[in-house]
Design a protein around this ligand. Sequence first.
Ligand SMILES: Cc1cc2nc3c(=O)[nH]c(=O)nc-3n(C[C@H](O)[C@H](O)[C@H](O)COP(=O)(O)OP(=O)(O)OC[C@H]3O[C@@H](n4cnc5c(N)ncnc54)[C@H](O)[C@@H]3O)c2cc1C
Length: 413
Amino acid sequence: MNSSDSETPMDFRKTSCCIVGGGPGGVFLALLLARKGVDVTLLELHDDFDRDFRGDTIHPSTLEALNQIGLAEGLLRLPHGKLNSLQLHSGGTTTTLATFSRLRIPFPYIMILPQSHFLEYLIKEAEKYPTFHRIMGANVQRLVQKEGVINGVLYRSQDGVWHQVTAGLTIGADGRFSKVRTLADLEPIRSHPPMDVLWFRLPKKANDFHDQLRFYVEGGLFSFAIDRGAEWQVGFVLLKGSFAELKSAGLDTLRGKLGKVIPWLADRTDALGDWKQVAVLSVESSIVKKWHKPGLLLIGDSAHVMSPVGGVGISYAIQDAIEAANVLSEPLKKGSVTEMDLAEIQKRREPSVKAIQKFQGFIQDRVIQLALKPNQPFQLPWFARLLLSVPILRNIPAKMIAYGTNPARIQNP
Ligand SMILES: Cc1cc2nc3c(=O)[nH]c(=O)nc-3n(C[C@H](O)[C@H](O)[C@H](O)COP(=O)(O)OP(=O)(O)OC[C@H]3O[C@@H](n4cnc5c(N)ncnc54)[C@H](O)[C@@H]3O)c2cc1C
């Protein structure tokens, strides 16, 4: 074990599966395993699920999975928005990029729900099963290893005390900066898309239109506004590495650029009074070569960070969770998880992750780069215009965003 005296745990807990990270991937997996009677312990760093700018999208693939286990109806009863299409406004024209409502699928829209409400809903369901345990404010800092096999973690609670969880299987679902991944020496192969995104909120006004998401491109500026009920969540896209220059130019410059690219927001950019209101997302796309080691599996962002193009990070993390539960439920109950089981999960999920990352890379390089060129009038590339104008092809982008290439389905729901 990798610990010093000061790290001596105050208590020990034993569980079949220890999941590190209460994001969409970790919580969904914990719910699916608990439903199957697997003893599962979820460790989450924070003491709640309410964090800024984590993505509020629930895709058709996720709604179908929830429907398989009878949970879609309850979720849809929560106050939410529906995203029926994605539109691009540029040079006075509007282009529809994807129309979900045209797809013949059970849930032809993206549900917009604060991520904290979604996670709390799943947790409430998981808590109905006696084999589900969660510990909040648990900062996982060490892996417990014996003879090359990982069999649990050490975490610190908020009072600084160390605790140990011993587990037949440990899952790293702790996101893009995964501690578990680093501790296990599983290095991601990174590509850095040519952009970063600034996120901030602006107030909504009574006569604002009601549409969930619109993209705007004008004079080398690219921005989008997401309807979050009482406010707009704005994404402002920058060429990678150019934030420092914008920051030194001052907030007025950002306000001016925003008013230029989204003119109907110009009357409220004053609400942006401090850089502290602006969160910078360094856009990354990466994938870990091997998602597992004896006793350990990575899922979601810890195995593969997705670019924000198409907003698929949440649905991909959930699809990893679904395949993990499909493969592992029985071996976990029998206490007989093998590395071949873990490899099977990567085998099922990796092609789909790589395919969507390729698609995202293509959009970043061929569309977003173009949109950020200041001295060139923006036009969608010819292949995109062709794709969107031919009836049998124009549903492809919507399908790709809704499902990815090979959506996971819950086996024996
Ligand atoms: C600004 C921004 C906007 C985004 N918008 C969208 C969007 O609109 N749609 C979309 O689909 N995706 C979006 N994403 C991506 C999306 O948030 C992720 O792809 C998705 O949340 C991945 O889920 P996950 O469960 O793998 O990891 P996360 O959601 O990152 O969850 C990881 C969890 O692990 C916890 N954790 C971390 N370290 C430890 C530790 N040491 N011990 C215990 N717990 C730990 C964290 O607190 C966190 O709760 C966005 C991301 C960002 C940064």
